[in-house]
Design a protein around this ligand. Structure first.
Ligand SMILES: [Zn+2]
Length: 165
């Protein structure tokens, strides 16, 4: 739908959370009924499930990478065991290498999941959300508000709420 921005009065799309021109939030004046709110909640949860399954596609490579990482850490400790250094230095070096590897791996997984979710949002999920909102005459702002109230704190969909267009 098109609407007029309450701030600058320009024509702008209700599929955007903010006015295309002045970035004012496009809050509709109406209040959602209980049924409408539930409909949006269900839809937001369905979208979040899609993100979860997309992020879950990383489980196999993640497991493989974990095993590889453990092997490297084991090899490091074995190598250090036979190296000619003082015991304290071996422990410090071994721990530092292990912790760094774990941190790097954790970062890589988070990064991969985020990237996969972003790609899915751009190529499909954004369009599906907009199609649903158009069909049911909801504002994107209403969807974002309901999803924000309903979703878990670490939900993937949160990265795509209240985007400024
Ligand atoms: Zn405006």
């Amino acid at each position: 739908m098109q609407t007029n921005c309450p701030n600058c009065n320009a024509q702008t799309s209700t599929l955007h959370t903010t006015c295309d021109f002045c970035k004012t939030m496009l809050r509709p004046k109406r209040v959602l009924s209980k049924e409408q709110e539930e409909e949006l909640e269900k839809f937001a949860e369905a979208i979040e499930l899609r993100f979860k399954s997309i992020a879950g596609n990383w489980d196999a490579p993640v497991m493989g990478g974990c095993l590889g990482g453990l092997l490297i850490i084991t090899a490091t400790w074995l190598g250090l065991y036979y190296a000619e250094m003082t015991m304290n230095f071996k422990v410090i070096l071994g721990s530092t290498i292990s912790i760094t590897l774990f941190a790097l791996w954790g970062g890589l997984v988070t990064w991969s999941e985020k990237k996969a979710c972003q790609a899915a949002y751009d190529s499909q999920i954004k369009g599906d959300i907009e199609h649903f909102l158009e069909m049911r005459s909801f504002y994107r702002y209403e969807f974002d508000m309901v999803a924000n109230g309903k979703l878990e704190e670490n939900a993937f969909l949160r990265a795509f709420l209240f985007l400024k267009h």
